[in-house]
Design a protein around this ligand. Sequence first.
Ligand SMILES: [Zn+2]
Length: 493
Amino acid sequence: MRECFELRDADAGGRIGELTVPRADATVETPALLPVINPNLDTISPRRLAEEFGAEILITNSYIIYGTEDVRERALEEGLHDLLDFPGAIMTDSGSFQLAEYGEIDVTTEEILDFQRRIGSDIATPVDIPTPPDVPRERAADELATTQDRLEVAEGVDTGEMLVTAPVQGSTYPDLREDAGRHAAETDLDVFPVGAVVPLMNDYRYDDMIDAVAGAKRGLGADAPVHLFGAGHPMMFALAVAMGCDLFDSAAYALYARDDRYLTVRGTRHLEDLEYLPCSCPVCTAHSPDELRALPDREREEELAAHNLHVTFEEIRRIKQAIRAGNLLELVEQRARAHPTMLDGYRALLDHADQLERSDPVSKGAFFYTSHESARRPEVVRHHRRLERLAVPDALFLTEGRTDGGDAYDNAWRVQPPFGPFPRALSKSYPLTAEVPDRTDRGALAAAADGVARLVEDNPETEFALGHRGWPADVLARVPDRVELIELSGGAE
Ligand SMILES: [Zn+2]
């Protein structure tokens, strides 16, 4: 376990954790949002972020401070906390983003880390190479090697109590992300940003984003605090948390406000298109859309930024509560309905159900089957894997109907979509207590059939019969041929 990070609760790949930031003498609960502060212009003051929005941590760019003479001198003299007037923890970025945008920067990792330490940063960042998506593999690998050299340099710099990040690059190559994660976890650095995902999010490529994070997580392991660098839209937080991201930074709240854009958990709206405000934050209860539109530019931007922050922090709290309650994936399913590309993201997440299953708690409150994607959740994967451990008699009837005697079979197990077969004794155990709609869908039936197939393959000596309520032919085709099929009449259980 990394000293600075402690895990408290988990659900799927998501977790509630505590990041200890010794230099700030602070503990930050994760998942956490770090509002981005531009030291040259703040839309909402850092003091207000702390007091009104409860921000425990923020992020600012040390390279901008370094490059702006008067701000630099003040930062060195007063320290970052006084300069920004912020009582919580402060993370600093290094200029890697500027490197990606403008091609070069005039500072080395040693210099920028030393500068971050001298201005009083609590979590510093070395200069890595943020390789964009879809570059040739050779370039991604070369640039990753440079990033890894810089991380080794960073390890050697005297940074005192300051935490230092180890960015994980590798473009859109999940295996490079995994290598990068493994290398970063082997350093003595502390926080692990998954870098260069902004272009993916700008293009709504949430599935590729999930694959990049999943790769990084495989290398990093469970105990590493993971920062999804540049991810600030509340619509995708639940998805990213479910894959194991702990920290987010939002410049979006301010940038979107500047363009009259209004954030919601279901996407972005233009203020000019809103006839109603679907929110009860202080901004939205105090104004009608017309009143907001009538405000002078500067005031309107500030009000919109405040609303954007309210929905953003609210979503983080909702996600934490979902982790506590064990229904994070149901929240992800809701968010996935906001946009087809979010649904792609959720489906990509489920492609990693095996990986998620490792951290998913064995028991939770209740499993709600709320979309046909639910059939691919880690709980279903786990049930199928556990089938091999169950003792099976010589002849076994698997049935969607009654299992309590009166039949020609001595032994009968229940079959319940999406899980498939299980002995009656387990029917009160999670997740088999699932709430499933009466109008079953094909995804649930197919998963149940796969469970049957798994059990049959695990027990080649046993004779099986399957009683089903009119499963379609393509679902039955998933069941091995040697299983006797019995179609049950509908009606009574
Ligand atoms: Zn609002």
